[in-house]
Design a protein around this ligand. Structure first.
Ligand code: SAM
Length: 280
């Protein structure tokens, strides 16, 4: 198989550096460089951007991002074993790849990046969801990123783009669609990865909006939505009892029937409720 750069094919890289996949780090590698270049293209025009990549592993997506013209890539990888393979990529793209060895959940990458910034990652799903929620819920908006291009388990991707009334609709949909445009950009079968995971995957692309679609405090909205969907079968007046003692009045003031259920509430209604809850 040819490569998109002058570096060795990824299967060879993995062999040379002994990168057997570790389950504990959620390692399912993408070894097809045409596919990683395709994922990189979903991130948009990278030529004027710094790209934050989390979990580069042996560097398939990293090479895709660089080959597609990213101005710079900052890659944060927890597994020390991957560093020599990533150093070879830095050598092939002088001044364009910086690698930090550490846990992305514990590192603040911003001092290493110059705006505009885009984020791209093929991460273990639990880490990906936690980072996504953090990136979606800063107090101030717009955030540090212009777009997020992230691989998820297909079911999680569907939750991010879900609409009211569907089973997948919940906290992730509200938080993602409140301040960004979210779409599924690509579907990937288990066989696209080495080793193949048990589930199908999808790449989600989120573009940050200049301003939220409706006014609300991020912390309050996040709290209200989490409580509402925690008991999604219950009526809102019961599910939200712990949020405010007078929640029934606040639901009515927000124009919402207290007997309604969370999955039927629109984003606009959740934001109206968050504004009512925020009043003292
Ligand atoms: N991006 C590579 C690819 O597409 O082939 C690797 C993907 S693999 C699903 C996930 C990568 O994230 C692994 O290299 C793993 O070591 C790394 N990783 C796992 N947890 C991490 C964390 N908390 N911080 C940074 N990297 C992490």
């Amino acid at each position: 198989m040819g490569t998109i750069d002058n570096l060795p094919p990824l299967r060879e890289v993995i062999g040379t550096h002994g990168l057997s996949a570790k389950k504990s780090l959620g390692q399912n590698f993408l070894l097809d460089l045409n596919l990683t270049a395709k994922i990189a293209r979903q991130a948009g025009d990278l030529s004027e951007c710094d790209v934050l990549e989390i979990g580069p592993g042996p560097g398939g997506l990293t090479r895709g991002l660089l080959a597609e013209g990213a101005r710079r890539v900052l890659a944060i990888e927890k597994d020390q074993r991957c560093l020599p393979a990533l150093a070879e990529i830095s050598g092939a793209y002088p001044e364009r790849l910086e690698v930090i060895n550490g846990d992305a959940l514990a590192i603040d990458p911003l001092t290493h990046l110059t705006p505009p910034i885009r984020v791209a990652a093929n991460l273990p799903y639990n880490v990906g969801t936690e980072l996504l929620v953090r990136w979606l819920t800063p107090k101030d908006w717009p955030p540090f990123w212009q777009s997020l291009t992230l691989m998820f388990q297909k079911e999680v991707a569907e939750r991010i783009v879900a609409k009211p009334g569907s089973k997948a609709y919940g906290r992730l949909a509200i938080l993602a669609q409140w301040r960004s445009e979210a779409k599924i950009a690509l579907h990937l079968p288990p066989g696209a990865f080495t080793p193949p995971p048990k589930v199908s995957s999808a790449v989600v692309h989120l573009t940050a909006l200049e301003a939220p679609k409706f006014e609300a405090d991020a912390g309050v909205l996040s709290h209200v939505v989490a409580a509402a969907f925690n008991q999604r079968r219950k009526m809102l007046r019961a599910a939200l009892k712990g949020v405010k003692p007078d929640i029934e009045d606040r639901l009515v003031s927000a124009g919402i029937k207290p007997t309604e259920r969370a999955e039927n509430l629109s984003l606009e209604e959740f934001c109206a409720l968050a504004r009512e809850v925020a009043k003292s």
